[in-house]
Design a protein around this ligand. Structure first.
Ligand SMILES: C[S@@+](CC[C@H](N)C(=O)[O-])C[C@H]1O[C@@H](n2cnc3c(N)ncnc32)[C@H](O)[C@@H]1O
Length: 255
C-alpha cells in the first residue's frame, strides 16, 4: 500500500503549548474588551494572543516545509557519485537519511543510527523511518541501527558521507559531550569523506570543533531561524591523509 512519507513534527509539545497560550490570550482579550478592562491589561492579553497564534503555525511550518527544504539544500551542497556509504546520526524518522538515499543511484547505501528517544521527536521509532524510506522509493537502500552518537557502532573510516540533523544539540548541555559526537562522526568517516550537519543553537561551535579536529574546507552558514531559534548548517571534508587531529578515538575493540 503506497502512503505519503511522514517526517513528524519537531517538539510537538512546544507547538501545542504555544497554540494553547495563544488561544488563552485571545479568549482573555475578548473578555477584557467585553468587561471594559483597563487598557494595559487588554493590550497585554492581545500581545500574548498574537505571539502564540503566530509562533505555533511557524513552528509547524518550520518542521513541515522549511526543514525539508534545508535538508535538500544541505545534501545538494555535497558532491555525489551515487555509490557512497552514508551514515545519518540521530536519523529519527529519516528525513535527511531519505534525502541522501535519493542520491544513491549507483549502488550506494544509507544507514541511520538512533537511540530512538521518543521525547525528541514525534513518534520517533525505526518502523516509521523504514516506512518513510519505502514511501520515497528508497527502502532497499536504507538500513537502521540502534546506537549512541558518542559511541557509534562502526569501524573507523566506514562511511563516505556522514550527515546529521538536529541530533547533536539533544545530546547534552555539556560541550564536551557534543564534541564526543563530532569526534565519532569524524572517526567513522573515511579519509576524504564528507560531513554535513544542520542544527539549532550550536552550529557555529560545531564548525570550530571540526576545524580543531583537523577537518578541512569547514563551511558554516547561519540560515533562517527555524522554530524561531538560531539555526545553521556545517559542511566539512576529512583530510585525505588518514592521520587526523582528533581527540577520543575508539576502535572496534574498545566499543
Ligand atoms: C529532533 S530529532 C531529529 C530527527 C531527524 N534527524 C530529523 O531531522 O528529522 C533528534 C533525533 O536524535 C536522536 N538522538 C538524540 N540523542 C541521541 C544520541 N545521543 N545518539 C543517537 N541519537 C540521538 C533522537 O532519538 C531523535 O531521533
Amino acid at each position: 500500500v503506497s502512503r505519503r512519507p511522514d517526517y513528524g513534527l519537531d517538539a510537538p509539545h512546544v507547538a501545542r503549548n504555544t497554540l494553547l497560550i495563544g488561544l488563552a490570550g485571545a479568549a482573555l482579550t475578548a473578555i477584557c474588551r467585553s468587561v471594559r478592562a483597563p487598557r494595559p491589561l487588554t493590550v497585554a492579553a492581545g500581545a500574548v494572543a498574537l505571539w502564540g497564534l503566530t509562533v505555533a503555525p511557524f513552528h509547524v511550518y518550520s518542521s513541515r516545509v522549511l526543514k525539508p527544504r534545508e535538508a535538500r539544500r544541505l545534501i545538494d551542497a555535497l558532491r555525489w557519485r551515487g555509490d557512497e556509504r552514508v551514515l545519518d546520526v540521530g536519523c529519527g524518522r529519516g528525513m535527511l537519511l531519505v534525502t541522501a538515499a535519493r542520491r544513491l543511484a549507483n549502488g550506494g547505501r544509507a544507514v541511520g543510527v538512533d537511540t530512538w528517544v521518543a521525547r525528541h521527536h514525534a513518534s520517533t521509532h525505526g518502523s516509521a523511518t523504514l516506512d518513510n524510506a519505502a514511501a520515497e522509493g528508497v527502502g532497499e537502500l536504507v538500513a537502521l541501527c540502534d546506537g549512541e552518537a558518542r559511541r557509534l557502532p562502526f569501524r573507523d573510516g566506514s562511511f563516505d558521507v556522514v550527515v546529521s540533523s538536529l541530533c547533536v544539540h539533544n545530546i547534552s548541555w555539556r560541550p564536551r559531550e557534543r564534541r564526543h559526537a563530532l569526534e565519532e562522526m569524524v572517526r567513522v568517516l573515511r579519509p576524504g569523506g564528507q560531513l554535513a550537519l544542520m542544527d539549532i543553537v550550536y552550529s557555529a561551535q560545531y564548525a570550530r570543533t571540526l576545524r580543531a579536529l583537523g577537518m578541512q574546507d569547514v563551511r558554516h552558514h547561519w540560515r533562517l531561524p527555524l522554530w524561531g531559534i538560531a539555526f545553521g548548517t556545517v559542511t566539512a571534508v576529512k583530510s585525505p591523509s588518514p592521520a587526523w587531529g582528533g581527540g577520543a578515538c575508539y576502535t572496534s575493540d574498545t566499543r
